[in-house]
Design a protein. Structure first.
Lengths: 487, 387, 106
């Protein structure tokens, strides 16, 4: 009876006929370890010796590396060919979001603001509404462009200055958008990025009634926050905390989120900042790698910091957050979560600032208070410096087609696409990374970017290496990191 | 373990009738028009037999039963069949004096065998395949479906390999949709036939309101899967089958029997599923059944479940963290990692569900799924009652 | 031997490596110094050029990194050649309206 059953060796016979490589990139991780990634963003870490054996077709079928490569679709052999079907499906899945086109529509309600944060490039301390508020006419045109996007999910985000200073405009846009959407039935979401200092309960109730999310600024504990964000009365922190509390009470806890901006002063205070977020009842923090450009900022005096300084800040922050998780407190770091999602799932995230092709226009678009249309928020900042390279047009003068097929946009998207530029196209981290033509244009004068000297590249590679290292460090760390992934 | 059928039973006044299906009723007041399509069920102590039924099934006290038959077509069954109830459906095979219980109205675990043919030959197959023309089963099933209580929650179809029925499987599923629209249907299949797009389309076009197919996948590596199911190319066909089914919006469950050949790469399989097949509706990780081919292959298959808990925990927690529905079947709570208890289900069909001597007095007996009856042959040496 | 130099030279056999490979490797290190290339008989000559005189240790470090990078680039060239067809096929299918199986619309 035993003869009726074949052995495993019988089924492994075709493996003796050799294997074919499937497409992949590799990059040195650290020491003699290399990381390999395929088009679906799956990765494997092996020594250089194994990598070389693999490429030279010397890898033995009974080795663990062979099995890993076969399972993760880095090689294909005579025994099975469904790998191509699966690889195709995964690549398609990763790209699926892009097909939806612009999902994030930023409306700059006003440039006016009562804060005077040194790192802000746009706001004006002024009462001149005519000069600095978005008008209803402009909003109407912007809404028209918004709903031309084919995306079944539209997110309208109000920014400024301080948007609540032009609350009437917000109300107009929200109600008008809902009216337009009544026939289209898309998923419609609203967010207001606000310092909450001028938000009355009445305004918050309006937000509640219309399901508007609040995104506010909390840079850390009181001394740090107030130093970073001056306002008359020097009470930005108190206002923020009070605002968060009222907003939560009225809108609901999960409708209020907070963002921080890292300044020179923040660099040594990451545990204090995280503690502040924990104290305020947030279940995560977004340690944004948003660093003001290294070049001089026209209107404000400002001390920037180096990539290395920020990386230390970030890694210390991650360490501390992982410790919190070990101590039983669920707390996530959202930037890591975005990258981990790219590393560990077949899906692409909605985060527009780390994707290729870049999120310019096709992911997010900005309608400035005066109707000028920008490919991204950074593009708007750049224009404040006098560089309007990424201004795509104006809602009053240009059609949707003119804006979205403008050379400024298409060149930026095409030329910076990481799948075809030097170094990026061969980089193992490419599936996790993104294109940032605005940053490279601003810092290097080149939308393609010279990656060997690019701070963007240096910073991102350091983060990828660090996260891979953490994922391999121990099972518990891996589980914690995975628990942050939302998809 | 329940006796669900047998041959050479006590048949009276039935003669050489061809095989037939009959639904049982224990209601002596059943309206006359219904009686000629029903079998009257009586369990000892027997009372007066009502007239007009097409068949009489008497369980227990054979002497008294014989006395009551009086020329009627009757089957006298031993006490082992006392579990029978009104609404149950039998297949009666007069030429072998045989009876097979197809459906039990009082059970939550009704599973109907569609064929013993199969195109795999799994090392641990609990229903070893036969090369035989058993297409007659299809007729019986199509006859039985309209008799099944429409309030039945769930109905299973197994084999062998049900998709080998081809168009007949589609007919059966359509019949279920028509006659049993409220009943969830669960088909067990190796999935290979679904790599044929035309067949999958036919399957999907049934548009059944609550249909799921359970498909085993034993490894992330084609060689190991093909080895476990003893069929070259099975992995590729099965995966393609799953993809086709999901493309057409059909519900798919992936089943993994955990044993010596599959436990080591369980974490890698979990990752493979999460990366490539994350859209499946459910993943079930199952304990080994000590029956059928498992016995002759026991050396290649047996591992104490206690010993593979690390791999099981890794796999389950990975799938759960990726938001994939996952359950553990056929594992006893005392051998399961505590953190996995929330995934454990009481899954063993009632008719083959038992407990071992070590389970006496166990406080968790109610929540625990217990064992397969066949487990008596061999089971974990870590079974211990909770006190 | 000078302690600091503004240039150094590395030679690679053109029978073993393609010029493209050497250039790609050099590109990765172009943040640390500049490069110049020439081909002489069977050799590819790669010159490292520093704006300010560089210490010997630094020059050695970059040379070492360059040699390693050339090896890696060589591997990449092999992989690219062997996988180009599949790479393009996967992209083509991923972006098409039909699937691999029977050309059926997905």
């Amino acid at each position: 009876m035993a003869n009726r059953f074949k052995t495993l060796t019988d089924y492994e016979a075709p493996l003796g006929l050799g294997y074919q490589l499937l497409p992949f990139n590799f990059t040195r991780l650290d020491g003699s370890d290399y990381i390999l990634t395929n088009q679906a963003g799956e990765y494997a870490v092996v020594s250089r010796t194994i990598l070389e054996d693999f490429v030279k077709h010397r890898l033995q079928p009974d080795s663990e590396a062979y099995r890993t490569f076969k399972s993760k679709h880095f090689l294909i052999d005579r025994d099975s060919d469904v790998a191509i079907d699966l690889l195709t499906l995964k690549v398609r899945t990763k790209q699926a979001r892009f097909a939806n086109f612009t999902g994030l529509h930023i409306f700059v309600a006003t440039l006016r603001c009562e804060h005077s944060c040194p790192y802000c490039q746009v706001s004006r301390q002024s009462d001149d509404r005519v000069a600095f508020d978005m008008s209803v006419e402009t909003a109407e045109k912007a809404l028209d462009l918004t709903f031309r996007s084919p995306n079944p999910a539209i997110k309208i985000e109000f920014q400024g200055g301080e948007p609540f200073l032009n609350f009437d405009l917000i109300k107009y846009v929200v109600e008008r958008a809902k009216q337009i959407n009544a026939k289209q039935n898309r998923s419609l979401e609203f967010v207001i990025a606000t310092n909450l200092a001028v938000a009355t309960d009445e305004m918050l109730m309006y937000c509640k009634a219309h399901d508007i999310l609040i995104s506010t600024s909390l840079d850390g504990p009181r001394d740090l926050h107030n130093a970073n964000r001056p306002r008359p009365g020097r009470d930005s922190y108190e206002k923020a905390i009070d605002g968060i509390s009222r907003a939560r009470a009225i809108l609901g806890r999960d409708r209020v989120s907070a963002l921080m901006t890292t300044t020179q002063a923040s660099l040594s205070r990451v545990t204090d900042i995280v503690d502040e977020y924990v104290r305020q009842g947030f279940s995560g923090i977004f340690l944004r790698p948003l660093q003001p450009y290294g070049f001089a900022i026209k209107t404000k005096s400002y001390r920037s910091y180096s990539a290395d300084e920020w990386l230390k800040f970030y890694f210390d922050g991650l360490d501390y957050i992982l410790q919190l998780n070990r101590d039983g407190v669920f707390f996530a770091e959202h930037y890591a979560a975005i990258i981990l999602s790219k590393m560990l799932t077949p899906f692409e995230t909605g985060y527009v600032d780390l994707r290729s092709p870049a999120g310019l226009g096709i992911g997010a678009i900005v309608y400035n208070y005066n109707g000028d249309v920008y490919a991204s928020d950074e593009s708007r900042m750049l224009a404040e410096m006098g560089d309007t390279t990424f201004r795509l047009g104006n809602v009053h003068r240009n059609t949707w087609k003119e804006i979205f097929t403008s050379d400024a946009l298409l060149d930026a998207l095409e030329d910076s696409y990481t799948g075809s530029v030097p170094m990026c196209s061969e980089c193992a981290f490419e599936p996790f990374c993104g294109a940032d033509p605005v940053f490279h244009h601003a810092t290097q004068g080149d939308i393609v970017g010279h990656k060997p000297t690019s701070v963007f590249c240096q910073r991102n590679m350091a983060i990828f290496r660090h996260l891979i290292k953490l994922l391999r460090r121990d099972v518990e760390t891996r589980r914690t990191l995975m628990s942050w992934v939302r998809e | 373990m329940l006796t669900l059928g047998g041959e050479s039973l006590r048949f009276c006044n039935i003669g050489n009738r061809p095989r037939f299906i009959v639904k049982l009723s224990d209601n002596p007041e059943l309206p006359k028009p219904l009686r000629d399509s029903r079998g009257y069920l009586s369990k000892a102590p027997h009372g007066v037999l009502p007239s007009g039924f097409s068949l009489y099934v008497l369980v227990g006290d054979p002497q008294a039963a014989e006395g009551l038959v009086e020329g009627r077509p009757a089957i006298i069954l031993p006490d082992a069949y006392r579990y029978l109830g009104s609404g149950d459906i039998l297949r009666v095979a007069p030429h072998r004096s045989g009876v097979r219980v197809l459906y039990r109205s009082g059970s939550a675990y009704n599973s109907i065998l569609l064929t013993e043919r199969c195109n795999n030959y799994c090392l641990m197959c609990s229903q070893p395949p036969k090369v035989v023309d058993d297409s007659w089963i299809v007729d019986d099933v199509l006859t039985a479906i309209p008799l099944i209580d429409p309030a039945t929650r769930e109905l299973g179809f197994t084999g062998g390999e049900p998709t080998l029925l081809g168009e007949d499987l589609i007919k059966i599923l359509s019949a279920c949709k028509s006659w049993l629209p409220q009943t969830a249907v669960h088909v067990l299949s190796n999935g290979r036939r679904f790599s044929d797009t035309a067949f999958t389309k036919a399957y999907a076009s049934v548009a059944h309101p609550d249909l799921m197919v359970g498909i085993p996948l034993y490894s992330d590596l084609s060689t190991i899967h093909d080895y476990v199911v003893q069929a070259d190319g099975a992995f590729d066909e099965t995966v393609r089958g799953i993809l086709n089914l999901k493309r057409l919006g059909q519900r798919v469950e992936i089943r993994v029997v955990v044993h010596k050949q599959t436990f080591e790469r369980l974490p890698q399989l979990a990752e493979f599923i999460a990366r490539n097949l994350c859209f499946v509706d459910h993943v079930a990780l199952m304990g080994l059944e000590m029956t059928g081919f498992t016995r002759p292959n026991i050396d290649a298959l047996w591992i104490d479940p206690f010993d593979y808990q690390p791999q099981l925990y890794d796999a389950v927690s990975y799938l759960a963290s990726r938001r994939i529905n996952v359950s553990i079947y056929n594992h006893q709570l005392c051998v399961l990692d505590l953190r996995l208890w929330r995934y454990a289900r009481k899954s063993i069909s009632d008719w083959k569900n038992e407990y071992m001597p070590e389970c006496d007095g166990c406080l968790k007996r109610q929540e625990c799924g217990g064992f397969f009856s066949s487990a008596k042959v061999r089971y974990s040496s870590h079974i211990k009652a909770f006190s | 031997m000078p302690e600091r130099s503004t240039a150094a030279e590395l030679r690679f056999s053109s029978k073993v490596y393609r010029l493209e490979t050497i250039k790609k490797a050099a590109y990765r290190l172009s943040g640390r110094c500049s490069f110049d290339f020439a081909v002489e008989d069977d050799e590819i000559i790669c010159r490292l050029i520093f704006r300010e005189a560089a210490a010997v240790e630094l020059v050695n470090e970059i040379e070492y990194a360059l040699r390693n990078e050339v090896l890696d680039q060589d591997l990449r060239a092999t992989i690219a050649e062997e996988t180009a067809a599949v790479r393009n096929a996967v992209l083509a299918y991923a972006f098409s309206r039909t699937g691999l199986q029977n050309g059926e619309p997905l």
